[in-house]
Unconditional design. Sequence first.
Length: 220
Amino acid sequence: MTERILVVDDEKPLAQMVASYLDRAGFETTQAHTGPQAVELARSFTPDVVILDLGLPGLDGLEVCRRIREFSDCYILMLTARGGEDDRITGLTLGADDYVTKPFSVRELVTRVHAVLRRPRSTTRRPYAFGDLEIDPAARIVTVGGEEVDVTRTEFDLLAALASRPGEVLDRRELVTEVWDTTWVGDERIVDVHIGNLRRKVGVGHIATVRGVGYRMGQE
């Protein structure tokens, strides 16, 4: 089944060039050039990946990201200006999975899309339990105290990576390799932002920080 990519950028020539490269790579693409149009197409086109520029008319990219996360767990790859660290952190907090900094190579962007779509999925069907937290890899469901918790695909993969190696401390690079890709290039602090999101959702006591090393499941 052909994966669908929604390209969102108000610079139409850039959006068309990105879509053209993705089409040649075998994806099905459509484009949006405003914030409201992006949200509408995310509903009707049901993309597997949204490539989302932050500077959009109507609604900015951060608000588009927030609204898409209300109804979709598609991968969201943000396009951010160089030096826009605050925007990157805010976007990741709102549910984006990854980012590419402008100016960028379109071939690199296509490679990054391939990377998120080939992320390894856990083959185990046994749920993991840590106190009142349960992670079901087969159903891709997270519950706390019996109540389902809404997590993104990246958040689930990160939580499952930690849960699959209970008691072990995983550093940022190990988590990037397991959850993103062995070829991923960027700021490894992206892990910290997603861990922060998970702690807000499942409770701070379930994921411990081992200072100077990394993270593990369990209490500090």
